[in-house]
Design a protein around this ligand. Structure first.
Ligand code: TXE
Length: 485
């Protein structure tokens, strides 16, 4: 008997998929089978979930006072916090990320529900002073209806919270599909959802690209928020355009630069770069995967980073992801592992390997933290998202050169700048093309500020007030006050 839920969560019930199709998931620690009986939603299942969400929107939930919605969201947040570690274990089991990282993800998910609960009763409109013609105008922000989200596997809980929490705060109902690589944790939230929300308010269906496509093309879904690869983002936009022109927001990863100037605190730059490269085994969209160091300090920086990486490779920080002492687990699955190793081979052929570049141990999909230097900017390892513990380090002479190199990418999600000069920090952050930038730090998104990219990292924002506005539509009402004739 499986000790976790494998069915679809529709209308507050766990139900078998009508499709009769299943997903199979293996544990990347030892390639053991986790389950080959995870229900995968087909057309009739997606239709049922959408119908439940639509009925909930037209019914109770759509009529619920914002303060009541907020109360339920806070209750849900508390329940997630209580179960965080237990549920996180399900994601660790399927995609190998360290339990501490995944449990923190559920904590962030709870914070997102608390944050957006606080905004639920602060959705106000505007009035404009009547013109001489007697036109009085009111602008109000309204929910959209059935909203949806498709997530990646790296931090499932955060990706769910970023989408579901603002959707509910705005008064919408919601359908979510987690990634087929990490289908169990989010699904387990169904048991908590059932205790708090009316039927149909949040529905969760599992499935692969086919299920995602059904959602993107669905005529009754009014909005879709996506986190994943650029290639899939393009498809989602296409399906939305070809169906009902649903609203789309896309978070498509990055190849974020970290620019380190010679006046920076070098130890801090090394320490924060390690965090930015190795967190969640390098499987984070905002990871600082291209480091640009001013020539005069580059040898010292590379030496410091390589020492840090070697310590990680030889110590307890890498290993069994179910242990609290572990920070780096295996790569999520065989396909991802092969992609990381393929790009490492490109790095070896086109650049100079400083450290790592090999599988760690015989069992499990572990990759040693890896540094390359002297890789040309045109190399695939510099231009493509590796999504593993791999960094390329480059050197620059001038500020102008650093900015040009940092911007030489199709992505624009995040960036870091290290300098003790406030004026340089402001000058450089202004010119770097990215949706989020950290100074003397690695960028870690919080619930209260917008996160998202520019260029081919996508569009739309998650978090903060902007994240709520994505789930609202504006209606302007014009009233003629000159009704006496
Ligand atoms: O992504 P996919 P994958 C990058 C990262 C990684 C690569 C591939 O570089 O190596 O993408 O990862 C659903 N219509 N990022 O294969 O395929 C799919 O079921 C609708 C960066 O996991 O984009 C899953 O739920 N949906 C990223 C989700 O899309 C479709 C995080 C993501 O899968 C679909 C993850 C379709 N046609 C990977 N095809 C980031 N932004 O951080 C697939 N899906």
């Amino acid at each position: 008997m499986a000790s976790f839920e494998t069915r679809l969560f529709i209308n507050n019930e766990f139900v078998d998929a009508k499709s009769g199709e299943y997903l199979t998931v293996y544990n990347p620690v030892d390639d053991s089978l986790v389950s080959d009986k995870i229900s995968s939603a087909g057309e009739a299942d997606v239709d049922a979930a959408v119908a439940a969400a639509k009925a909930a929107f037209k019914g109770d939930w759509g009529k619920t006072d914002p303060t009541v919605r907020a109360k339920k969201m806070r209750q849900f947040a508390d329940m997630i916090r209580e179960k965080a570690e237990e549920i996180a274990g399900l994601d660790t089991k399927t995609m190998g990320s360290a339990i501490g990282t995944q449990a923190m993800g559920y904590g962030v998910c709870a914070d997102l529900f608390d944050y957006y609960a606080g905004l639920a009763d602060k959705i106000h409109g505007e009035t404009s002073y009547p013109t001489s013609a007697g036109k009085y105008k009111i602008t109000q922000r309204e929910p959209i209806g059935v909203c949806s989200g498709i997530g990646a596997w790296n931090v499932s809980a955060v990706l769910f919270g970023w989408k579901a929490a603002p959707a509910l705060a705005a008064g919408n109902t919601f359908l979510y599909k987690p990634s087929e690589k990490a289908p169990l944790g989010t699904l387990a939230l169904g048991a908590l959802i059932k205790e708090v929300f009316p039927p149909g308010v949040i529905n969760i269906v599992n499935g692969g690209g086919k299920t995602g496509q059904l959602m993107a093309a669905h005529m009754e879904i009014r909005q879709i928020a996506f986190t994943g690869s650029t290639a899939t983002g393009r498809k989602i936009q296409e399906h939305a355009a070809k169906s009902n022109l649903k609203r789309v927001s896309l978070e498509l990863g990055g190849k974020s630069p970290s620019v380190i100037f010679e006046d920076a605190n070098l130890n801090l730059a090394v320490e924060k770069s390690m965090e930015g490269i190795l967190a969640n085994t390098g499987q984070i969209c905002a990871m600082a995967s291209r480091v640009f160091v001013q020539e005069s300090i580059s040898d010292k920086f590379i030496e410091g980073l390589a020492d840090g990486f070697k310590k990680v490779s030889s110590g307890d920080a890498i290993g069994d992801p179910t242990l609290k002492t572990t920070h780096i687990g295996p790569i999520a699955d065989k396909k991802q592992y092969e992609r990381v190793m393929e790009l490492i081979e490109v790095g070896k052929a086109e650049g100079k390997l400083v450290t790592g570049g090999v599988r760690r141990g015989k069992d499990g999909l572990y990759v040693e933290p890896t540094i390359f230097k002297q890789t040309p900017n045109t190399s695939r390892i510099v231009q493509e998202e590796v999504f593993g513990p791999v960094v390329t380090v480059h050197t620059f002479k001038t500020e102008e050169e650093a900015i040009e190199m940092a911007n030489d990418t199709v992505f624009g999600l995040s960036a870091c700048v290290y300098t003790e000069s406030i004026s340089r920090a402001l000058r450089v952050t202004r010119q770097i093309e990215a949706g989020t930038i950290a100074v003397n730090d690695w960028y870690f998104p919080g619930p209260d500020t917008p996160f998202g990219g520019i260029k081919q990292s996508g569009y739309g924002r998650e978090g903060g007030l902007e994240g709520l506005i994505e789930y609202l539509q504006t209606k302007t009402i014009q009233i003629n006050i000159n009704t006496t004739t």
